[in-house]
Design a protein around this ligand. Structure first.
Ligand code: HAM
Length: 410
């Protein structure tokens, strides 16, 4: 038997409706804030992610599904910000009056070690806002993330924010951090040794306990806690915090929050759940003012987020899929199919037996699938132009004129 690939999952018929609900809610909540949906391809040129996500990241170094076709290197998208930025540049969206507000949902691919909350094919819902450098944009995007989470019933979450500063002030921080780490570099994990050269800030969120031990030493803690960011970046962060206060959005400033993608500057944020295990981030995002230029566009400030849909679903209470309204029971297939057509046209979900099985079998089926009503069209009923409506929930039944079916059920 050919089976599922490790780290992938079939979304079966009894679960798919929850996905539809989350996708519909995303459309509803984001449209209300004037965001428009964008659908970009699932594969892109590998170079887009190398230059976009960054070649010092785990995603680009270890986790990409890359293949060659006609000598072109192609990669299944590990995230969607780079693809949306490519589309933004390619379709000249910088000519539109800012802000350009986009949202998306769909599958992403990362070759990671699968565990609870971590898959190789997973799904994200996200937004990207282009053209505004002011912290109002950061606040709006965070507000929207929280609004979406609340709209699907998730409230018990923690928002963490940080500012990574701009490339200028970050340089000084990087250098100071490197100086402080260098004497103990031998004791850090192999990943951190690599990060030390490529992107030392990423060492701050290494989960390895040995690295954490060295990071908690006073000299390193002092550097982390000593606000390294320049006055403009500080002001930007302060104003963002004041907006969040105004909106009543609670947050923790986490100075170790650096995010796993290279494109961020200034604001970064994550929303975490207290009831998930180690993979507890349901949402990650931030500002990426340099990415559009780095990918060949004109300077355009931008900010956005993405949420892992599997993680959202794992936090929602189990629900049964919606019940069928009507199951028609009849041995007259012509009458049954005609009635099914009529009811479906009136938005009543309806099914019937396609194989003309025995009455008793059809009734068993109606009960088994949990239909709300069984409509019986026996020979007598057809002759008299009547139907018997059985309310399977209340366990009552009545025989009525065929013409009053709709009013009886609605
Ligand atoms: P990210 O933090 O890599 O950010 O991913 C965002 C969210 O996707 C995570 O918080 C998590 O919920 C989910 N996620 C990531 N990897 C997996 C996985 N292997 N299995 C299940 N869920 C996963 C980004 O992707 C950025 N593009 C977000 C962004 C948009 N920043 C600015 N705009």
């Amino acid at each position: 038997m050919i089976t599922l690939q490790k780290g992938t999952k079939d979304i079966l018929q009894d679960e798919a409706y929850i996905w539809q609900e989350l996708e519909n809610k995303a459309c509803e909540v984001f449209s209300k804030a004037n965001y428009k949906e964008i659908r970009t391809p699932i594969f892109e040129a590998t170079e887009l992610f190398q230059r976009g996500v960054g070649d010092s990241t785990d995603i680009v170094n270890k986790e990409m599904y890359t293949f060659k076709q006609n000598d072109k290197s192609i990669t299944l998208r590990p995230e969607n910000t780079a693809g949306v930025v490519r589309a933004y540049i390619e379709h000249g969206m910088q000519r539109l009056s800012p802000p350009v507000k986009l949202f998306y949902h769909g599958p992403m691919f990362r070759y990671e070690r699968p565990q609870a909350g971590r898959q190789r094919q997973f799904h994200q819902v996200g937004v990207e806002l282009f053209g505004v450098s002011e912290p109002t944009a950061d606040a709006e995007v965070i507000m929207l993330a929280i609004e979406y989470l609340n709209s699907i019933g998730l409230n018990d979450l923690t928002l963490e924010i940080n500012s990574l500063g701009c490339p200028k002030c970050r340089e000084e921080f990087r250098n100071k951090l490197k100086e402080a780490i260098r004497p103990n570099l031998e004791n850090f994990c192999e990943d951190c040794k690599f990060r030390f050269e490529k992107n030392p800030l990423r060492i701050l969120d290494c989960k390895n306990p040995e690295c954490q031990k060295y990071l908690s030493e006073d000299n390193i803690k002092n550097i982390i806690n000593n606000d390294f960011i320049c006055d403009e970046c500080k002001e930007h962060f302060e104003v963002l915090k004041s907006y969040l206060d105004t909106l009543g959005i609670k947050y923790n400033v986490n100075k170790l929050l650096v995010r796993g993608l290279d494109y961020y500057s200034r604001t970064v944020f994550e929303i975490k759940s207290n009831s998930l295990g180690s993979q507890n981030a349901v949402c990650g995002g931030g500002r990426y003012d340099k990415l559009i230029e780095n990918l060949g566009g004109v300077y355009t400030p931008a900010v956005g987020f993405a949420m892992g849909m599997e993680r959202l679903i794992s936090l929602l209470p189990q629900k049964n899929s919606p019940k069928l309204d009507v199951y028609i029971i009849s041995n007259n297939m012509t009458e049954a199919i005609k009635l099914a057509q009529e009811l479906r046209k009136s938005n009543i979900s309806t099914d019937f037996d396609l194989q003309n099985k025995k009455f008793s079998k059809q009734l068993e089926k109606a009960i088994k699938i949990g239909a709300k009503y069984a409509i019986i069209l026996g020979e007598d009923e057809i002759k008299e132009n009547k139907v018997t409506v059985k309310n399977l929930e209340a366990k009552t039944q009545e025989t009525i004129d065929r013409s009053s079916i709709l009013s009886s059920i609605i």
